[in-house]
Design a protein around this ligand. Structure first.
Ligand code: BYC
Length: 315
């Protein structure tokens, strides 16, 4: 088959809603886009453990500590499924992680903000995991098979994460004046960064057009952001709190909430490495990688020993 025929067959497969699998022929750019997106997603899960892990030893009760521990462990699992999905495209784990450590690969802007109070943990669950699910439900239908299948399980866990966050905020919102103030303050600080998670406006999104054609993405950044705003405006009412945007207003024509302008300068500064915690996050990841070297060596030695034993038994 000529490259033209291969490309046509590839696009027809996608248009017929048949998943692309690791051994199928695929255009180089499709492979690269998936490696870029899946690895960035994996890095986000792993870096995302840091702002929350920060509160495990300070959770206000045994119940909250157990929930937070489970959530942070879930994020580690998500990272692992995603790194594995990425490896099916022909990259090595080491290469992928080197790209994070050298700053070549990105991770979600949201994890470069600090978690200052206990209410931040509930707010991260509600808004950050809420934004994540909004984006990831669409990814359960992404065209690359291993990525889509990883997302099914991840979404189930993310939905527990979001609910526990909302429930934790609900308790604070019914608590003392100080707890209500803490809750509102956390919502005020996380709202705009959560909206930035969906990425630049569609008009500035360099990858969207092609990713939509390849059905890697099923909805655009702006569509998902709007869906998220509409959902949160209703949910915040249940908390008796407000969202920090004076321009939020129901639009009868579009049947959506209009909202204020995002500070895109802040977004790009954070993406470029100049956010409040970028340096700290990368340093923590590099340190963990270096300190974990002996674990990787031990695991490899154990696997080699097991294999040798299995070979001897088979002989
Ligand atoms: N932060 O062309 P665009 C989680 C980059 S984990 C940083 O629209 P695309 C969780 C983008 O990479 C949440 N960079 O890109 C974990 C591109 O640069 P490159 C993470 C961003 O890929 C623990 C450039 O801007 N979720 O939920 O079509 C605890 C232009 O953008 C961001 C995922 O990763 C950003 N926010 O669309 C709790 C989901 N936005 O790569 C929760 C999978 C954009 O060309 N990823 N950029 O140099 C996606 O769905 C898509 O990659 C995005 C961006 C919607 C994020």
């Amino acid at each position: 088959m000529s490259v033209h025929d291969l490309e046509k067959h590839f696009q027809d497969t996608i248009d017929a809603e048949i998943k692309i699998e690791p051994l199928d022929w695929m255009p180089d750019a499709y492979r690269k886009t998936n490696i870029r997106q899946i690895s960035q997603h994996a890095h986000s899960e792993i870096v995302g453990m840091l702002p929350e892990g920060n509160w495990i030893s300070r959770a206000p009760s045994l119940k909250r500590k157990a929930i937070l521990l489970a959530k942070v462990q879930d994020e580690a699992g998500h990272g692992l499924y995603l790194y594995s999905a990425c490896e099916t495209l022909g990259t090595s784990r080491e290469e992928t992680i080197n790209d994070l450590h050298s700053g070549r690969a990105k991770y979600s802007s949201i994890f470069n903000y600090p978690t200052l109070t206990w209410a931040d943990i509930g707010t991260v669950g509600w808004l950050v995991d809420g934004a994540a699910i909004m984006n990831q439900v669409m990814l359960t239908r992404t065209s690359y098979g291993p990525y889509a299948r990883a997302m099914v399980r991840i979404c189930k866990e993310e939905s527990f994460h979001q609910r526990q966050g909302f429930e934790s905020l609900l308790v604070l919102s019914k608590g003392s004046e100080a707890q209500r103030t803490m809750c509102q303050d956390a919502i005020n600080r996380w709202w705009w960064p959560a909206l930035m998670m969906f990425g630049p406006r569609d008009s500035e999104s360099t990858n969207s057009d092609q990713s939509m054609k390849w059905k890697i993405k099923r909805k655009t950044n702006d569509e998902l952001r709007q869906q998220f705003v509409d959902m949160c405006v209703e949910q915040v009412k249940l908390l008796g709190m407000t969202l920090p945007d004076p321009n939020l207003k129901w639009n009868e024509e579009t049947k959506h909430y209009d909202f204020g302008e995002i500070d895109w300068n802040e977004f790009w500064q954070v993406v470029k490495g100049n956010g409040p915690c970028n340096l700290e996050r990368l340093q923590a990841r590099k340190k963990a990688w270096e300190e974990g070297a002996w674990v990787r060596e031990a695991a490899a030695a154990h696997a080699a020993k097991k294999q040798k034993r299995a070979d001897a038994n088979a002989a």
